[in-house]
Design a protein around this ligand. Structure first.
Ligand code: PLP
Length: 395
């Protein structure tokens, strides 16, 4: 057991994790667990993916890091793929390492170009571990609480038709930073009417729409990106997590218009791991695997299946308050006992995410998960709920 790392997970009580295969991970005693969290929502193509491993080992034997003064031809090739799947042909990309960096990089650009003082985002968004988006200082941000407004009748949040919405100071807002559904880990999807309305207002007045696709991107929600459920075209897109399948690479893509505007602004950004060839090879392979295997469709279909089965379970167990999901990003909200259910699932060998101080369990399995593995989980969850006294259903 490790005592010299600050943030060790409680999973370590099972022993150290030493091996893996798609959605299965193994500890040093050979115990198998089903990882329905994909690490931290990263391994969208499963752990130990052989195609990704091969790309890494081929490239690592050539060159993995060049420094930002040099460029490897793969950077250009991967950037084209990233721009294509975002419909941002003619734009530009920058490869960095983490989701937080990709969001911060995009915000840096947006701030330089924005002629208005404020950026708008929702109160239930998480954007990154540090910087502008973590601090969210009042002189730079307008935070809209889309869940507490007078037109939230259906529970899907603001529709853009209420008094609270009309008080948003759009005359001062030059940036809309959208996080389309992770919702600080609680998996709540903003209403399409709201997103279209805000994006239109911001873009029509010369502002910038940026989508944070760190969690919702790369096929997770059944489309390449979460914003594609909203029929909008962001000017900037930040991608991380799944784009590296567990390897630390992230990317920020900007439209041609933004790239052209930036030319005259003397924008400069540098860090050690910027446009590293190894990360670019991994990202290109991730995109190819998803495209060749039609894995966005797979995510949609498997997500639909899982959502349906969980909803059936909700009818049987009133303890399930709500099931939410889009593609393979799902959450089950309980009326109580989420932490007991989480512990019981862990004991049964299933890793899900427990959102701290909530009754929400989150599921983000790899797009490559087998249907049989989903069924194993559904059986385990049902067993846990049946055995959870005093909520045993009458049979
Ligand atoms: C929606 C969202 N944005 C940004 C981040 C930050 O990404 P990273 O942890 O890779 O820096 C996360 C991480 O969980 C996230 O879920």
């Amino acid at each position: 057991m490790n005592n010299i790392i600050w943030s060790t997970g409680h999973i370590l009580k099972f022993g150290n994790i030493v091996d893996s295969d798609n959605c299965f991970i193994y500890d040093s005693q050979g115990n198998r667990m089903v990882d329905l969290e994909s690490g931290v929502w990263c391994t969208c193509l499963g752990h130990n993916n052989k195609r990704i491993n091969k790309v890494i080992s081929d490239q690592i034997n050539k060159i993995s890091h060049t420094g930002f003064c040099f460029i490897h031809p793969q950077i250009e090739k991967t950037a084209r793929k990233v721009l294509d799947i975002n419909n941002l042909q003619g734009g530009k990309c920058e490869f960095i390492c983490s989701g937080s960096e990709a969001v911060e990089y995009g915000m840096r650009i947006a701030r330089i170009l924005s002629e208005k003082p404020l950026a708008l985002t929702f109160a239930d968004s998480y954007m990154g571990a540090y910087g502008d988006v973590a601090v969210k200082s009042a002189d730079k941000w307008f935070i809209y609480d889309r869940l507490n407004c007078s037109c939230n009748h259906s529970g899907s949040g603001c529709l853009g038709d209420c008094e609270e919405f009309s008080r948003i100071p759009f005359d001062k807002i030059g940036i809309f930073l959208l996080e389309p559904g992770s919702s600080s880990g609680l998996v709540r999807f903003p209403d399409a009417r709201l997103i279209k309305k805000i994006s239109k207002k911001v873009q029509e007045s010369g502002g910038i729409v940026m989508s944070n696709e760190i969690t919702t991107g790369i096929g997770r929600t059944g489309k390449w990106f979460g914003y594609q459920h909203y029929n909008i075209q962001p000017d900037i897109v930040a991608m991380g997590k799944g784009i590296g399948n567990g390897y630390p690479v992230s990317v920020t893509a900007v439209s041609k218009k933004i790239a052209d505007q930036l030319k005259h602004k003397g924008f400069h950004y540098s860090q050690s791991h910027q446009n590293d060839p190894l990360g670019a090879f991994v990202a290109a392979e991730v995109i190819d695997i998803i495209a060749e295997g039609a894995l966005c469709d797979e995510a949609r279909e498997k997500g639909y299946y899982l959502f349906g089965k969980l909803t059936e379970m909700q009818e049987e167990f009133p303890l399930i308050r709500e099931v939410r999901g889009r593609g393979l990003m799902l959450a089950v909200e309980f009326t109580r006992d989420a932490s007991r259910i989480y512990e019981a699932l862990l004991t049964a060998g299933f890793i899900v995410a427990l959102r701290p101080n909530t009754e929400v369990l989150r599921l983000d399995p790899a797009l490559t998960i087998e249907k049989e593995t989903l069924d194993l989980f559904l059986v385990a969850l049902r067993d846990v709920l049946v055995n959870l006294a005093p909520n045993k259903p009458d049979h």
